[in-house]
Design a protein. Structure first.
Length: 444
C-alpha cells in the first residue's frame, strides 16, 4: 500500500520534477529544452568516510549554501572513500549491505541537493579501496563477490533514489586506472567490475552512469592515448554475460598539470583533438581549484560539457572555493542561462488539470506553510502528507469546500500533534476530478 501511495504522488509530481532533472540529448546535457553546462566543484568529503561514519548535516548544509552562492550547479561527492564504513564487507570481500547510519546519511545528502537545487554526482568506488583494503582486491577477483556488492548494496541504493530530482548520475569509480596501474589488480578485473555495475544500474533504475577516469590517456585516440577502455564495446565484451546495457551514458576525465607533457591541457585542446567519442557528453570531473579565471569558459568552448574544480573545501594543496570563485563567476557572467536552469527556491511540484493551481509558501518552511488553491466548483477536498518514503503522517483536510479561493495551513506536526523532523515530505491533494501532488521541505 505504501509503495502504491508513493508511486502515485511521484507520478503526479512528475511534470514539475522533470524540470529538476538533467537529461542527455545527443552529446549535451539538458534540463527540459535548455542546454546545461556543469559549473561544478568537488566536495568529496568533510570527514573521510562520511557516509556511515562521521557525517555532519550542519557542515554539509553550510557547504551547499556556499556552493549555491558561488553559482555552482553540480557537486561531486565520494561515497565509499576507502571502504572503511561502506559497504558492509567481510574479510573475503563478500558484501552484506550497508548500515542504517549509511542510509540516513545518504537520505540527508539527497534532501540537501533538493533543498539547495544543486545536482550531485556521487562517486561510489575509489582506487583507495583496493589500495588500503585487501578485501576489495578479493572482491574484484571474484565475480560472485562483485555480484554480492550488486545484490546487497548497489541495487538497494539505486532503487531507493531512482528519480531523485537532483541526482545527475552514479559514478562507478574515482580514477579506476590507478587500481591496475599501481595496486596489483589486473586491468581486466577492473573493467569487468565496471561492466557488471553499469549493467546493474541500467537494469534497476532510470539514472545515468559514468566513471571518473584519471586521464584522457584511457579515453581517447590521440598520439599518447591508449584507446578508450570504457567504450561500449569494451564494457560489453568484459561483462561475464555480454550484457548490452553495460555502457556509460557520458564520459568523465580528470586533468592535472602533470599530464601536460603528453596530453596538453583541456583548456587549450578540444574534445575532438583528444580523439574522444562525440556521441555523448564529456565532463572534466577534476581539475585543480587553482588556475586562470577563464578556464570554465575555455572548457565550454573546447567542447566539454562541464568542469569540476578540486575541491571546494580544500582537502589538499590544490586549493579551495576561494580559488575557484573567479572562474565560477566568470562562466556564470558569460553564460548565465547554461548555469541557472531552475527558479529560485524550492517549488511545490504540483501538476493538475489546466486552470487549477496549487502551491505552498514558504517552501522550505520552519514553523508553518500554507497551501493555497482555487476550486472551480464545490468539491470534497482531501490533503494528505507523507514522508519521502511514503509513510502517512497527517491528513490536513477531508471536508467539502465551496468553489473559489481557499487555503490550508500545516504546522509541521503529525496526527498526534508531535513535531516532525527536518526533511523532504510529499503531499497528495484531491478535489473531485482534480489530483495534485508534490514535495515540500521542513527545516527545523
Amino acid at each position: 500500500m505504501i509503495k502504491r501511495i508513493l508511486s502515485a504522488i511521484l507520478m503526479i509530481s512528475a511534470v514539475a520534477a522533470s524540470a529538476q532533472k538533467i537529461t542527455i540529448q545527443g552529446n549535451r546535457f539538458y534540463e527540459g529544452t535548455a542546454p546545461v553546462f556543469l559549473n561544478g566543484v568537488n566536495t568529496p568529503w568533510d570527514n573521510w568516510n562520511d557516509f556511515g561514519g562521521s557525517y555532519n548535516h550542519d557542515w554539509w548544509n553550510a557547504e551547499f549554501i556556499r556552493l549555491k552562492e558561488a553559482h555552482v550547479n553540480c557537486v561531486r561527492v565520494w561515497i565509499h572513500c576507502d571502504g572503511g564504513k561502506s559497504p558492509s564487507t567481510d574479510a573475503d570481500g563478500t558484501v552484506s549491505g550497508a548500515t542504517e547510519a549509511f542510509w540516513t546519511h545518504m537520505d540527508d545528502l539527497m534532501d540537501l541537493a533538493f533543498v539547495h537545487e544543486i545536482y550531485i554526482l556521487p562517486a561510489l568506488w575509489s582506487f583507495d579501496m583496493p589500495k588500503t583494503n585487501e578485501r576489495y582486491k578479493k572482491m574484484l577477483a571474484d565475480t560472485n563477490k562483485v555480484q554480492s556488492y550488486i545484490d546487497h548494496f548497489l541495487i538497494p541504493l539505486v532503487e531507493r533514489y531512482d528519480g531523485a530530482p537532483y541526482l545527475l548520475a552514479w559514478e562507478i569509480c574515482n580514477e579506476p586506472e590507478w587500481i591496475f596501474e599501481n595496486y596489483g589488480v589486473p586491468q581486466a578485473q577492473v573493467i569487468r567490475m565496471h561492466a557488471m555495475l553499469a549493467a546493474a544500474i541500467h537494469e534497476h533504475c532510470s539514472e545515468y552512469v559514468t566513471t571518473g577516469s584519471a586521464c584522457v590517456k584511457w579515453n581517447g585516440s590521440c598520439s599518447s592515448c591508449v584507446g578508450n577502455l570504457w567504450s561500449d564495446a569494451s564494457l560489453k565484451n568484459a561483462h561475464p554475460r555480454k550484457f548490452q546495457n553495460a555502457f556509460l551514458d557520458f564520459y568523465q576525465v580528470h586533468y592535472y598539470s602533470w599530464q601536460d607533457p603528453w596530453f596538453s591541457t583541456p583548456m587549450a585542446r578540444t574534445v575532438s583533438a583528444y580523439g574522444m567519442p562525440d556521441d555523448r557528453p564529456v565532463l572534466l570531473g577534476e581539475m585543480s581549484a587553482k588556475g586562470d579565471a577563464d578556464r570554465y569558459i575555455r572548457l565550454y568552448e573546447n567542447g566539454f560539457d562541464g568542469g569540476m574544480g578540486w575541491t571546494s573545501n580544500g582537502v589538499d594543496d590544490n586549493g579551495s572555493l576561494a580559488d575557484l570563485n573567479p572562474a565560477l563567476a566568470a562562466f556564470y557572467a558569460a553564460y548565465p542561462d547554461l548555469v541557472d536552469m531552475t527558479q529560485t527556491g524550492v517549488q511545490s511540484g504540483d501538476a493538475a488539470p489546466s486552470g487549477f493551481k496549487l502551491g505552498n509558501y514558504p517552501n522550505p518552511f520552519n514553523s508553518e506553510t500554507v497551501f493555497a488553491f482555487e476550486l472551480p466548483a464545490d468539491s470534497g477536498v482531501t490533503l494528505n502528507l507523507y514522508t519521502s518514503q511514503g509513510l502517512h503522517v497527517r491528513t490536513l483536510a477531508r471536508r467539502r469546500l465551496a468553489a473559489g479561493p481557499a487555503s490550508l495551513k500545516w504546522n509541521g506536526r503529525d496526527e498526534n500533534g508531535l513535531p516532525l523532523s527536518s526533511g523532504v515530505y510529499l503531499y497528495h491533494f484531491s478535489a473531485g476530478d482534480i489530483e495534485s501532488g508534490g514535495r515540500l521541505v521542513l527545516l527545523r
